[in-house]
Design a binder for this molecule. Structure first.
Ligand code: ADP
Length: 302
């Protein structure tokens, strides 16, 4: 019987500079990036789906077309008549990238607004993956619905994985972000933070402190990524540190964490081996950061 990996969140239109004053259009977003890489890493016996909300307009259709073409199941997607998808533009100034966003009214903000839709999209899946951004874009009421549906899904046997992906600007306040992220972590089998964010917004002094904090919140296992530094994998019973292979020619670190999470989860869901999972995550992220852009098709060559 096939299994299902369901990522939940927002996919946006990406406008990236081509170098000659024009922009090329693509699609990206943290949870979508992870779904895209998960589709590449998981065997065919796994279905990879994406739960978001889009409009009924042409660009929404194009986004769904892109997802389908990538092998991602769009059945869970909610369609809305009165909204469309969010957009961001990458700008380059003296080699430095900056981002401008148009997402405050995006359809994805309503992805959890219909409890019945949410229940039917999440019911029966094997792994639910979401991030702090997934939570940040929801209303307070929808977050509660989402948490309730997560709890039901876990009782029915689903595993849950969460990357806190701390972005205070998307939240009502930094305190609400910390409270919601801590609550979400307590509902998850796997919490996969990046230490840089945890240091900045929780004030953790080391990756072990981040791991302990999420374990205390109720997480089953915490996988703390830390750029080129050791990855810490901690549960209540066990703690291991793994050193990623050095990557020398780094071109663009976009989606390092998203791709790591995908390859880690794909290995973990199939073998259950933590060391092999970190190795898979670090190998994919190490390749992704040697290329420009979030979605790097490095699989044929690998
Ligand atoms: P995020 O993109 O969420 O900030 P990190 O920067 O912590 O994520 O990186 C995620 C993973 O990508 C790391 O655990 C590591 O495996 C790999 N990685 C990132 N930066 C480097 C680097 N400079 N050298 C080697 N591996 C890296």
């Amino acid at each position: 019987m096939s299994k299902t990996f369901l990522a939940v969140g927002e996919c946006m239109v990406e406008m990236a500079p081509t170098g000659n004053g024009t922009f090329s259009m693509g699609f990206a977003g943290d949870t979508l990036n992870t779904a895209w890489y998960a589709r590449k890493c998981l065997p065919d016996s796994w279905n990879v789906g994406y739960l978001t909300a889009v409009g009924q307009d042409q660009v929404s259709e194009q986004m769904l077309g892109f997802l389908k073409q990538s092998g991602i199941d769009v059945d869970p997607v909610r369609r809305l008549d009165d909204r469309t998808v969010g957009l961001y533009m990458i700008q380059l100034k003296e080699g430095e990238r900056s981002f401008a966003y148009w997402r405050s009214q995006s359809a994805a903000r309503c992805l959890a607004a219909d409890g019945n839709h949410l229940r039917s999209a999440i019911g029966g899946v094997d792994l639910i993956y979401f991030s702090g951004i997934t939570l940040a874009i929801m209303s307070e009421e929808d977050r509660e619905t989402f948490f309730a549906v997560l709890k039901e899904a876990r009782l029915a046997g689903a595993k849950t994985a969460f990357d806190p992906n701390l972005r205070p600007r998307l939240w009502e306040s930094a305190d609400i972000m910390r409270a919601c992220v801590t609550k979400a972590a307590g509902l998850c089998d796997l919490v996969m933070p990046s230490f840089e964010d945890e240091l900045a917004y929780f004030g953790d002094t080391t990756a072990d402190v981040s791991a302990d904090r999420y374990l205390a919140a109720g997480a089953g296992m915490v996988v703390v990524k830390n750029g080129p530094e050791e990855v810490i994998c901690a549960s209540r019973e066990d703690r291991q540190a793994f050193q990623p292979k050095p990557v020398l020619d780094i071109v663009d670190t976009t989606a390092a964490g998203d791709s790591f999470n995908a390859a880690f989860l794909a290995e973990y869901l199939t073998s259950g081996n933590v060391g092999a999972s970190v190795d898979a995550g670090a190998r994919l992220a190490g390749t992704v950061i040697q290329h420009r852009g979030a979605l790097v098709d490095c699989f044929e060559a690998a």
